[in-house]
Design a protein around this ligand. Sequence first.
Ligand SMILES: CN1c2c(nc(N)[nH]c2=O)NC[C@@H]1CNc1ccc(C(=O)N[C@@H](CCC(=O)N[C@@H](CCC(=O)N[C@@H](CCC(=O)O)C(=O)O)C(=O)O)C(=O)O)cc1
Ligand code: HCS
Ligand code: ZN
Length: 759
Amino acid sequence: MAITHNLGFPRIGARRELKFALEEHWRGELPAPALLELAAGLRQDHWQLQGELDWQPVGDFSLYDQVLDMSVTLGNLPARVRDLGGDELTAYFRTARGRAPGDAGDSVVAAGELTKWFDTNYHYIVPEFSTDTRFSLDPSRLLAQIDEARGQNVAVKPVILGPLSYLWLGKAKDGSDPLALLDGLLPVYAELFETLGRTGVEWVQVDEPVLVTELSETWQQAYLRAYRFLAGRGPKKLLTTYFGRLANNLELALSLPVDGLHLDAQANQDKLESLAAGLPDDRILSLGVINGRNIWKSDLNALLDRLEPLHRQLADRLWLAPSCSLLHVPVDLTSEQQLDAEVRNWLAFARQKLDELTTLATALNQGRAAVAEALQANAEALRSRRESQRVNRVDVKARLQALDASWGQRQSPFAERIRQQQDRLRLPAYPTTTIGSFPQTSEIRQLRRRYRQDELDERRYRACIQHEIARCIREQEALGLDVLVHGEAERNDMVEYFGEQLDGYAFSQFGWVQSYGSRCVKPPILYGDIQRPKAMTVDWIRYAQSLTDKPVKGMLTGPVTLLNWSFVRDDQPRSVTCFQLALAIRDEVLDLEQAGVEIIQIDEAALREGLPLKRSQWPDYLDWAVDAFRLAANGVADTTQIHTHMCYSEFNDIIDAISRMDADVITIETSRSDMELLAAFDRFRYPNDIGPGVYDIHSPNIPSHDQIVELMAKAGRRIPAERLWINPDCGLKTRGWPEVLPALENMVAAARTLREAVA
Ligand SMILES: CN1c2c(nc(N)[nH]c2=O)NC[C@@H]1CNc1ccc(C(=O)N[C@@H](CCC(=O)N[C@@H](CCC(=O)N[C@@H](CCC(=O)O)C(=O)O)C(=O)O)C(=O)O)cc1
Ligand SMILES: N[C@@H](CCS)C(=O)O
Ligand SMILES: [Zn+2]
């Protein structure tokens, strides 16, 4: 009997029920018991949807983030939150967001840092450590959910984050080494396992995704030490790895004293037979056979060809699962009634992926004939996708073939370009600008919803958006900003907006995926060769420019970010898809230039986050990613100024690549690090213009004039004043106008002060 299980289910809800309830609760409109009741209802629904599986995950549900949940279980909330007291839920939300419902004044604290979860678009709350950190067990959340699940006849398999991954994902604010905390942490994990054992849990899933990164000898030794210490305590342990190949850590993983190993079957595919052959009799092997991060149907027949011999060898020691938690895919394809039927037939969301798993297990346990119809339909769907004219377009492929290196080359080097641009733009010293988006108010979202639901015709919708753009231009002129933006009011999201307009993309209605906390994104589905049927942004920018004499930036999302934040095709290398996107964006850049736009910003917010988890693979990725950016950007004349924006700040290790992008101006996040992160640009003698962010847009706090002047003075010690711009860290879409206006007022005033100093 092959056994089926799941690593984790999306918790936001098929209709984003959790998002809306959380936001209502934070506004003080939904009491905590009602929020908790809704969460319990979602868990119940999700266990029911997973009812066919042999084991179901428990503890994967989270009100905000699973890493923060683990911090609670290990008694490791930040001292600034613990000191404020209050109940458990209050402390939880204060750590996540800096405030709980009703908090003001002294009860507002700095929120925990959010950072991306491996190479996904999910963001977790970073555990905070110092040399003084002491852990203590609080298993109450996990035990309560185990009880709840047992009450619903769930075959309970608790899920926890393992000790090494927990330490690796955290940060010591005092610069100490998190690994030094391992000895203090292990007894708490031991107590947790023993507690779970006493409640009769048979298997516990211990997530150690860090095993797919390239670990130093010290970390490898730490793994051995930790799992030897924990051996034999509590339930059987399924050591769970995901997001890639175990590579050098495979032997290490196999040598750990655990009862089973889960790995991504596709990433480790050349190892499966030898693994099965050498597996000790008392171990199980769990294969992540269904891709948990994309939305394509699996090739079930090909998988069975591979799995049948393994199953004959391992019998019930073969477990089948998705490759990782299904957190990263939408819940249910059956909701998508407006999606093109042909494309829909190629897709599988979370529910459909679990169906695939059940089909595979039935075929293995009872023979393929038992699921002949499902296998036939699957083969048909795959054939239809492979042969579809919409997937493979001769014209797009031919254009890519015809590319030569000159397409990625600006006409002149930066020093010459910037002289021509300055002659044309006549900007003051320390030019001020913003990153693109202005507040996405509920009125703007309502507009879009009414347009989508045909309550507003196109003419009226466009007039309303123009009205928003006009307001945005008016406000920026009144503030005295130097380079304006149109505000992005017409965009639901910086990626989805472009996906909706490019051939080769489909988009869903309900395909929401959690990005952080209650915030979701709806990644568009890139299924075929990419072609831009018509200009996507030119009318809006032209309209904005018609309202002002100041330059308005054309605003685009770059090819690498479109790639990394979409569900992309798996039938060709990512680099090829990225170059197709680059050509489409290049066409838009040239149309903007043709329309007289003097400055064009191409956001590459996801370029760094797409770095492979293994450093040895970085050079290859950076080569083609930077080439794709250059292909998109570099068709313009010297007089056209290209900006790029990246809303993160760790550039030390990729500064060569950033430099090779050769954007005339790069705007980056630096305010929270006190400009320290400019050190990389300084050390490398980065030659082009830089706009180091002077205020943190994630916080409602208003930066003062003096703070901004001080930050820019620090920047000036690293970068010559004539190459500095002044701007916020990132776009302002999540903020409200009452916060944005005074912040930008101070920013412009600070620029004036700085200009006086250089006059
Ligand atoms: C910069 N970030 C982004 C990432 N990935 C992207 N694809 N895009 C990004 O901008 N990754 C890293 C970060 C993550 N940061 C964020 C920040 C904010 C959000 C966010 O606010 N998401 C919204 C959904 C945005 C959206 O697409 N909205 C649509 C539909 C809105 C909607 O649900 N409308 C309701 C009606 C609402 C109303 O007020 O009446 C409806 O239709 O029923 C739109 O604006 O049209 C969120 O709500 O979570 C995400 C990631
Ligand atoms: N232009 C986008 C970039 C976000 S990373 C914005 O301003 O929202
Ligand atoms: Zn940004």
